[in-house]
Write a protein of this length. Sequence first.
Length: 415
Amino acid sequence: IVMDFKHPDGHTVAIMLPRCSLLVMAGESRYLWTHGITPRKYDVVQASELGQKVGTITADVGDLTLNRRETRTSFTFRKVRRSPCNCIYPSVCDSQKGQQRQVQPSFPHNEMEASKLEQEYVHKVYEEIATHFSSTRHSPWPRIVEFLRSLPKGSIVADVGCGNGKYLGINEDLYMVGCDRSKNLVDICGEKNFQAFVCDALSVPIRSGSCDACISIAVIHHFSTAERRLATIRELARLLRPGGMALIYVWAMEQEYKNQKSKYLKEKNASKDKDEEINTGMAQRPLCDQMPDSSSQDSACSDRLPDDSKDEDCDAKSVADSRLPVHTNRTSFHSQDLLVPWHLKGSTKKKGESGDTVSFPAGSKEQKELSPVFHRYYHVFCEGELEAACRSLDGVRVQKSYYDQGNWCVVLQKL
Ligand SMILES: C[S@@+](CC[C@H](N)C(=O)[O-])C[C@H]1O[C@@H](n2cnc3c(N)ncnc32)[C@H](O)[C@@H]1O
């Protein structure tokens, strides 16, 4: 039989356990890794060993074969600890969980910290969740479609932070090119025969003034300082020819606007897949709930543009403690800067990687244990904040500014 082991970072290893074998787990394999036997009729085993030798199933596809499962009888022996545990795996230790202070990143205080935070809590995460993320991103938002359909035939359009390329094929009369920091998402665009390349939105390798239009949908909220967000908008403007238009969407702090709850709040009991189509991951108890000084977590760390006075309507509070709170999904925001959980479903393997996929029945203990949670950094924008940032730039004018699907949106025109 084959048993699947999974590390909390998502790495999985399949181990062959032949008939009459004894597997003794100690150290990391016993405590840090989760393990389970996926229900299935056949196991993928090493052909050369004919499934008789204990060991990892290697990625050598030339040496793999299927082995039909038969009746299995297995015994598990565990030592029971009667005293508190002090092991070196506190993040997964039941006994230490209550006392443990979770490692939670802080709000960045300089450019270097900002870039590190984004690397860890945006770029790495999208790279890991790309396949699952893409499977939840299929419905284009109508007003973005409307913008793309309104552009003249033959327009050259850049989609900066294009994700899985959801908008790249909307209007076949346009020459659209996408770019994104995530190579795995760019590869997904390539599989759909879209033109896309890897780059950072702060520095897009496209000649100045060469685009008739550009869009940047749900990207700028992933930058962790006002300066970096402004620099990204400046970069979009740089790409435009005079008269060219940019459409920008960012997630709004206000998920209830003009007495209407956003879809994000309304679909509290939506199916899990639907949850993630809207914008984010699934509900989870905030890390700050587990902390002794949780009150300070429930507050904002809102950095402002130098000339951008704080909007009265925006409910964010300023703070002394700058650790980023973890958002509970489908609830209102209490902080402008936060971490949003993403529960990864399915295999973490990328296309083309060999090895077995771990799959347990939905909702089972094994499935929960084996689905890692990632956290993405977001800065949710207050009313007027995106518009003020755009207005602070020379050489552009704000043509339109509106609220759509829980996002603040601006249409910019290059002068
Ligand atoms: C919420 S997704 C939106 C994707 C797509 N625009 C859409 O509407 O479906 C955010 C995207 O921004 C990308 N991203 C985040 N930071 C970026 C950066 N610094 N430069 C380029 N892309 C970035 C992510 O990789 C991800 O694809």
